[in-house]
Design a protein around this ligand. Structure first.
Ligand SMILES: [Zn+2]
Length: 242
């Protein structure tokens, strides 16, 4: 790890595992990224250098400040969209990990003018009353490349996210936040699952969604068991890389 300060090595390893799991479970492909807040400096976060997530190892994890600048000078290429991580950590002290992905089942809900991504099953209660959609056009006009390229765009995305766990990004993807790496991975996987189920249910007619109270209750009971899927996904990802 290329860090200026002593970060818990188990946090770095968990972040490496998260990169591989998210690739393995079909949330990330060659693109997208996952970060974690630094365990000793709350105004810093850990994020890989510009690599496909499945190829990330401990030496690729870099440390950033909340302006999105690397704490230690590096010649490594950086993810353009690191500002979305920086500004969400700044705006949301409760957030300890963030997954940004372009996962395909979620994308239709980022562009639909009618349907909203809402929890359809008990595994995705963290979606609460439904995921807000961030439209970059509202902040930066109609001619961007849709990427969160600077602090201003990162701050606008964080504002759309508000107190939610998931924000969709129009024509681009989604960003998921959580109080731990394990929960961020769980929520990213089940955001994609919920999107698939919701798209299928739409074919059958009107949908009965979870109430906000059901969403809260199911989130609480399922997320207490996050180690179960994490250990399975971790074992699968490690088997796949040997
Ligand atoms: Zn992106």
């Amino acid at each position: 790890m290329n860090a200026s300060s002593l970060v818990d090595p188990s946090l770095v390893q968990e972040l490496v595992d998260a990169n591989r799991i998210l690739y393995n479970e079909g949330v990330l492909d060659a693109f997208g990224h996952v970060s974690a807040r630094h365990d000793k400096h709350r105004d810093r976060f850990l994020l890989a250098a510009n690599l496909a997530p499945a190829l990330v190892g401990p030496d690729d994890i870099l440390e950033f400040d909340l302006d999105g600048s690397p704490v230690v000078d590096t010649r490594r290429r950086l993810y353009v969209e690191r500002f979305l991580h920086a500004e969400i950590y700044r705006a949301r002290p409760d957030v300890m990990a963030i997954v940004h992905s372009h996962s395909v089942a979620v994308l239709p809900f980022s562009v639909s003018q009618r349907a909203r991504l809402r929890p359809v099953c008990h595994m995705s209660g963290f979606l609460g009353s439904g995921a807000p959609v961030f439209d970059i056009r509202d902040t930066a006009g109609p001619a961007t490349d849709l990427l969160i390229r600077d602090r201003e765009l990162g701050a606008a995305l964080a504002k759309s996210l508000d107190r939610h766990a998931v924000v969709l990004m129009r024509g681009h993807g989604s960003t998921v936040v959580a109080p731990s790496i394990r929960l961020a991975v769980y929520r990213a996987v089940y955001t994609e699952v919920n999107a698939r189920v919701q798209l299928q249910a739409e074919q059958l007619g009107p949908i009965t969604f979870l109430t906000v109270e059901e969403a809260d209750a199911t989130a609480e009971s399922n997320e207490a068991n996050v180690d179960r899927p994490w250990l399975l996904w971790q074992a699968k990802a490690r088997l796949g890389s040997t």
